[in-house]
Write a protein that binds this ligand. Structure first.
Ligand code: ZN
Ligand code: ZN
Length: 261
C-alpha cells in the first residue's frame, strides 16, 4: 500500500491511495485541471482510478467532483445522506447529477481485496465519515473534519499502520485570529475541526504499536503553522516512545510524494 496526499487544507482536499491493485481517491476538492496535473506528476492517469470515496459534502472535499466525473468514468462512493445533499445542490444549479454507489456508515464494504470502513464522525454536515482502508497487511486511517474524537474514531485509530490525521488549528491562534465568535465556536466546537492539541492527544491515547507513519492534514492557513503542528506531534511521539514513527505535513498547494507502507 502507498498513498499521496494530493492536497489538504481549508480550500481543497484529495488523497490518492494505491493498494491491492486498486487506485482510490478519498475526496475530490481540487478542481479538475489541478487534480489532473497532480496525478500526472505522480505518473497516474486520471482514467486509471478505480473509485472516489467521499467523506462529506463541504466544497473543499467535493469541489472537483462534477467536472471530473463528467470527463472520466470513475465510480463514486458515498452514504445516502451525503449523496442526497450533493444531488440536491446539482439540481438546484441545473448541473449534471453524478451517479453514486451507496454504503452504510459504520459498515465495512469490499472493493476488490480492500476492506473499506466508513467511520461516522461528528462534523456539521449531513452524514460525515472518516475512512479506514485495509489490505490484509496495512491499515490506513483517514481522519479529517472531525469535531472531536468519538469512541468509534478512537477504536478505528487503534491498529492503524498509517494515519492521515487532522491537525487543523492552534487554539490560541484561532482565538486571536480576529474571526467572529460564532465562526471560532464552529471551528473549535464538537462539530468542527481537531486542534493540534486534540490530534496529539488522540495519538498519545489511541495509537498502537503498529503505527509507522502520521501525515498531519487539513491545517488552517491562518490559524496554524506547519512547524508548530509538526513540533507538537513530534514532541508527543517522543513522549510516548514512538519517535520512530515518521511524520509528514500535508500541504494545500502541492502534493506530498508517495508514502510507501
Ligand atoms: Zn468539512
Ligand atoms: Zn474540510
Amino acid at each position: 500500500m502507498r498513498f499521496s496526499v494530493l492536497a489538504s487544507g481549508s480550500s481543497a482536499n484529495a488523497t490518492l491511495i494505491e493498494a491491492a491493485g486498486l487506485r482510490l481517491l478519498i475526496d475530490i476538492g481540487l478542481n479538475c485541471r489541478t487534480l489532473e496535473q497532480r496525478l500526472k506528476a505522480l505518473d497516474v492517469a486520471p482514467e486509471s482510478l478505480d473509485g472516489i470515496l467521499i467523506t462529506h459534502e463541504h466544497t473543499d472535499h467535493i469541489g472537483g467532483l462534477e467536472v471530473f466525473t463528467k470527463k472520466y468514468t470513475v465510480p463514486i462512493f458515498a452514504n445516502y445522506n451525503t449523496a442526497a445533499v450533493i444531488e440536491r445542490q446539482c439540481r438546484c444549479h441545473q448541473r449534471a447529477v453524478p451517479e453514486f454507489n451507496f454504503f452504510e456508515s459504520g459498515l465495512p464494504f469490499m472493493l476488490g481485496d480492500l476492506t473499506i470502513t466508513p467511520v461516522p464522525i461528528p462534523h456539521d454536515t449531513a452524514e460525515p465519515v472518516a475512512y479506514v482502508i485495509e489490505d490484509g497487511a496495512q491499515k490506513l486511517g483517514y481522519f479529517t473534519d472531525l469535531g472531536y474524537v468519538t469512541e468509534g474514531v478512537a477504536q478505528a485509530i487503534t491498529g492503524c499502520t498509517a494515519l492521515i490525521l487532522e491537525s487543523n488549528h492552534d487554539l490560541q491562534m484561532l482565538r486571536n485570529s480576529g474571526r467572529g465568535f460564532q465562526l471560532i465556536s464552529r471551528i473549535s466546537g464538537r462539530a468542527g475541526h481537531l486542534s493540534n492539541d486534540q490530534a496529539c492527544e488522540a495519538v498519545a491515547t489511541y495509537a498502537s504499536d503498529e503505527l509507522r507513519t502520521i501525515t498531519l492534514a487539513h491545517l488552517s492557513r491562518d490559524c496554524n503553522q506547519p512547524e508548530l503542528a509538526g513540533a507538537l506531534m513530534s514532541g508527543t511521539l517522543k513522549h510516548i516512545g514512538k519517535q520512530n514513527v515518521t511524520l509528514a505535513i500535508a500541504k494545500q498547494n502541492e502534493s506530498l510524494p508517495f508514502m510507501e507502507l
